[in-house]
Design a protein around this ligand. Structure first.
Ligand code: ATP
Length: 195
């Protein structure tokens, strides 16, 4: 039986609040690896100016060098427009060799609060098991009990960082040391991102 994880995001930019809890989730769930799925056009962020996908993906590639069991996967590039998780999961499943496997979709607690409004959550629950990373400041009482009962709440470390916070610090010229991989910090500097 192969146990595989999936973790999607905007990653603008990728930070340790993404990757450390996901690596801990991989160990807790006994997964061989986790596919990391950057979204070129996230449906819930269409109104926001995003850093071009090529930069977000390259920063992810650099950051993942520290995490050998987390693998960059570009399935969401195949979406015609905005990429919905339900469709991406279908695409991943269609690409896998037939055989016994268990797929775990890993999401942050703030995403669980939003999940009832995602495209076709019922299809998602049929296709994958859902595991939730606790996130500082997120109150899971906002999640309808019907949804809470169908996910596994993980014991992963609480890391108090968001990409919004990282972008804010970079714009202010504040340090982001320890929040991002050094290779990502260097990439941001070299390309003049988030200034
Ligand atoms: P932004 O601040 O721009 O909204 P973000 O830091 O929340 O970005 P995303 O790329 O939107 O990052 O998130 C991808 C996934 O990672 C989501 O499921 C989100 O809940 C989760 N996530 C992000 N930061 C953390 C964190 N510090 N702890 C746990 N989960 C997190």
């Amino acid at each position: 039986m192969i146990r595989l994880g999936l973790f999607g995001g905007t990653f603008d930019p990728v930070h340790y609040g993404h990757l450390r809890p996901v690596e801990a989730a991989r160990v807790e769930l006994g997964l061989a690896s986790v596919l990391i799925l950057p979204n070129p056009l996230p449906p819930h962020k269409l109104a926001e100016p995003l850093t071009p996908y090529v930069h977000r993906k390259e920063m992810l590639r650099l950051a993942l060098a520290e995490f050998p069991h987390l693998t960059l996967a570009d399935y969401e590039e195949q979406a015609a427009g905005a990429a919905y998780t339900t469709d991406t999961v279908r695409r991943v499943i269609a690409s896998l060799e037939p055989g016994e496997r268990e797929l775990w979709l890993i999401i942050g607690a703030d995403s669980l609060v939003e999940l009832p409004r995602w495209k076709d959550p019922e299809a998602l629950f049929r296709d994958v098991c859902v595991a939730v990373l606790p996130r500082p400041g997120v109150d899971l009482d906002a999640v309808p009990p019907g949804y809470r009962a169908r996910v596994r709440l993980l014991q992963t470390p609480l890391i108090s960082v968001s990409a919004t916070d990282v972008r804010h610090r970079l714009r202010q010229g504040d340090s982001v040391a320890g929040l991002l991989s050094p290779a990502v910090i260097e990439y941001i500097r070299r390309h003049g991102l988030y200034t």
